[in-house]
Design a protein around this ligand. Structure first.
Ligand code: MG
Length: 380
């Protein structure tokens, strides 16, 4: 038995705001169409997957789906496209075929199994879901309810004995509209079985459907917090950089880089959230290229590492510990600077300052300390 799958992807409609046909729009990191190609290709019973694309989409398809995907060019109506796909399989000894819409990208293997099993008992099978909402006639005002009993929502793929569905397409009157392939098979006098569909198979039509599908299929995120701590020594004749801002003061902090104690503490906190070591591992003081470097680079690097892992930075809280300078007058500028480096709204960056009551090295004004905590959400 040779089982083939046809994916109808000939639509010209573009996703709102985009220029790319909807079936090629990105969904969960790849063109929508490729999700159903993968689901059907990886099913052990299916030997051949053919995509029916729209006229003029050939080059685009090749560039976006690669060499491994078979495709044929469809026609103006959906029915013409399915027909073109079926005819392309006619000489290949195909015995059963699944016809699927590219707009239903998430196709559970269990639905395919149920459809193929049903084809042992009838020449056609479709997945259905019950109707949950109350149905009623009406336009501007409400008309009578429609009893839901016995009503079904029809999904794809629809599965057929190949010769039967090809024959049904070939005899279909040229100018008559066809609702779907299963109805065409019924018209030819065949039974079509119902198998349980799956809510995962919902059609993706509107821009909000893309967003909802992204959210539904996103990996679960876990919250992680990590701290960072740093100290630099005050020295006369140095510039004082705090949070990426040059502060006017009679002394500055000394260190290998610009000694921005605030950014160093936050960098370590962010690296901590993904277990990526500390700032010294990424930017060794022994490496001359970091001499005098602007510490914004270190923080940008740490933020990029978090985001490369699919992480989101939720919040950063920083405490600066010194007797002088007074931080209050610079607080908002420093917050804004840190937020800009991290590409976060200012509301997600907090800055506090404290003295140590003239105790210890900070109390004696020998140096400055900073401690930070960062909270991120990362894939589990
Ligand atoms: Mg440091």
């Amino acid at each position: 038995m040779t089982i083939a799958a046809l994916i109808v992807a000939a639509g010209k409609g573009v996703r709102a705001g985009g220029s790319v046909p909807k079936q090629f729009a990105m969904l969960c990191g790849k063109p929508m169409l490729t999700h159903s190609v993968a689901a059907l290709s990886s099913h052990p019973a299916i030997t051949e997957v053919t995509v029916v694309i729209g006229e003029g989409q050939e080059v685009y398809t090749r560039e976006n789906l690669g060499e491994s995907v078979n495709f044929v060019t469809g026609g103006t109506e959906r029915r013409d496209s399915v027909r073109a796909g079926l005819e392309s399989l006619a000489a290949k000894g195909v015995t059963r075929v699944l016809i699927h819409d590219a707009a239903r990208p998430f196709l559970p293997a269990a639905v395919i199994d149920a459809l193929l099993e049903a084809l042992d008992h009838a020449p056609g099978a479709v997945p259905v879901l019950p109707v949950a909402d109350t149905l009623a006639h009406g336009d501007a005002t409400l008309g009578n309810n429609v009893p839901r009993t016995g009503l079904n929502r029809i999904q794809t793929p629809q599965a057929f004995h190949f010769d039967a569905i090809l024959a049904a397409h070939r005899v279909w009157p040229e100018h008559e509209e066809a609702t779907d392939d299963a109805q065409m098979l019924r018209r030819a006098g065949h039974d079509v079985m119902l198998v349980p569909g799956d809510p995962m198979l919902e059609k993706i039509t509107h821009p909000q459907d893309f967003a909802a599908a992204e959210a539904r299929h996103a990996p679960p995120l876990v919250s992680r917090s990590a701290t960072g701590f740093d100290v630099h020594r005050f020295e006369a004749g140095q510039e004082l950089w705090l949070g990426g801002i040059l502060i006017s003061h009679d002394r500055g902090l000394s260190g290998h880089s610009d000694a921005d104690v605030a950014l160093h503490a936050i960098t370590d906190a962010l690296l901590g959230t993904i277990g990526a070591g500390d700032i010294g591992m990424h930017f060794p003081p022994s490496d001359p290229q970091w001499r005098g470097a602007a510490s914004a680079r270190f923080l940008e690097h740490a933020a990029a590492l978090v985001r490369e892992q699919g992480g989101t930075i939720d919040f950063v809280d920083l405490t600066l510990i010194c007797e002088a300078p007074k931080i209050g007058p610079h607080r908002e500028a420093i917050r804004a600077s840190i937020a800009a480096i991290l590409s976060l709204p200012v509301s997600r960056v907090s800055l506090k300052a404290t003295t140590t009551e003239r105790l210890g090295f900070t109390g004696r004004g020998e140096g400055m300390a900073a401690q930070a905590i960062a909270t991120v959400r990362v894939p589990e």
